[in-house]
Design a protein around this ligand. Structure first.
Ligand code: 5AD
Ligand code: SF4
Length: 350
């Protein structure tokens, strides 16, 4: 099937709801994936290092002003244990994610962790720790991180400003600059958006896809928006699409992005799994090639509730990873064992 990817065509795909048409789109995207990045899914063990955050994003359950969540920070040893688990289980890489903090103690701790991991195991390391200064990006890169995820959340400035406080701490321009700084520092750069936000329409989503293309990103992680009752954006829940449609739109976004940027890495995200136990697998069958099983300690997992009913509560690393792997085996989806699974798009640019 010949699929057009100009802006009007993207918009009409994002308004499409006929299952047979969507199935054709997903199949075309899957075939593109096979012929560019291959059939393998790469695993990144996810460690949610801390839920302490200086920001106040209006949608997020661990925002600074949410006093109903306990705050935690895991120890260096706990991160190293997760890294060892990832390595022994044949994951090529690790993602270290956490709330945004700029204090020197935190920055030093991350630098130390990166160096310790690199001394012990040949793991690839992705960071997802929010906006930092360019010096800090550089410090972490030199310590061994080589990929960075920073979602733009929405590429539309107006929409961005409806889902964040409008103040210097939550500036759209700073976010764009951060993506450029990360690229300058040598990282493979990933970004992404939430799908099915209040006030968001198919045009916004089409523009998000074109934004990814214009920014020439190497990786993408995006997923459905899920309302959290402890956040300001919850008061707009009457504007939301049904959850199943938010998931379907997310899978459609994955497929369109695979066609638009055939050789980047695209993640099947946990928020998809929160709506449907097979949500991530649906994304894989529509072009996604990266999965991030949660390796965070069972004791603190429940506190990392960026949205409610996040899957994997109470599971430990061994359980989460064996569930993911069994599912992939059942679906005959091969895993890229012991490989970093870098973005082919990035290597081609260099
Ligand atoms: N629903 C879905 N995704 C969310 N995130 C934060 N809050 C929510 C929510 N309520 C996503 C953001 C952020 C990532 C860490 O989690 O996109 O970048
Ligand atoms: Fe902090 Fe990220 Fe949540 Fe915003 S989305 S409040 S930066 S953890």
């Amino acid at each position: 099937m010949d699929i057009r990817l100009d802006r009007p065509s993207l918009i009409s795909w994002l308004e499409e709801e006929r299952p047979d048409r969507l199935a054709e789109l997903y199949e075309a995207a899957y075939n593109t994936k096979l012929s560019t990045v291959g059939d393998k899914v790469y695993l990144r063990g996810l460690v949610e290092i801390s839920n302490i955050c200086r920001k106040n994003c209006l949608y997020c359950g661990i925002r600074r002003d949410n006093r109903n969540t306990g705050r935690y920070e895991i120890s260096v040893d706990n991160v190293l244990d997760a890294a060892e688990f990832a390595f022994r289980d044949g994951y090529g890489s690790l993602v270290i994610q956490g709330g945004e903090r700029m204090d020197r103690a935190f920055i030093d701790k991350i630098t130390h962790i990166l160096k310790e991991i690199k001394k012990r195991w040949p793991l690839g390391i992705t960071l997802s720790l929010g906006e930092q200064s360019k010096d800090v990006y550089r410090e972490w890169f030199e310590a061994g991180a080589h990929r960075y995820l920073l979602r733009i959340e929405s590429s539309d400035k107006q929409l961005y400003e409806r889902i964040h406080p409008v103040d210097p701490l939550h500036s759209y321009r700073t976010r764009i600059q951060a993506l450029k700084d990360l690229r300058d520092c040598g990282y493979q750069v990933g970004t992404g958006v939430m799908i099915g936000l209040p006030f968001q329409n198919a045009w916004n989503l089409a523009d998000d896809l074109l934004f990814f293309k214009k920014m020439d990103i190497d990786m993408c992680g995006m997923g459905p928006y899920l309302e959290h009752s402890g956040t300001p954006l919850y008061s707009y829940r009457h504007l939301l699409l049904p959850k199943e449609r938010r998931l379907e739109l997310s899978v459609t976004m994955v497929a369109l992005l695979r066609l638009l940027m055939p050789d980047i890495n695209i993640a099947a995200t946990t928020a998809m799994q929160a709506i449907d136990p097979f949500g991530r697998e649906k994304a894989i069958m529509a072009g996604a090639n990266v999965l991030m099983p949660n390796l965070t300690l069972a004791e603190v997992r429940d506190e990392y509730q960026i949205y409610q009913n996040k899957p994997g509560a109470g599971e430990d690393a061994a359980i989460s990873s064996s569930i993911t792997e069994r599912r992939l085996r059942e679906m005959k989806i091969p895993i890229g064992r012991d490989q970093w699974g870098d973005s082919i798009h990035f290597s081609r640019r260099h």
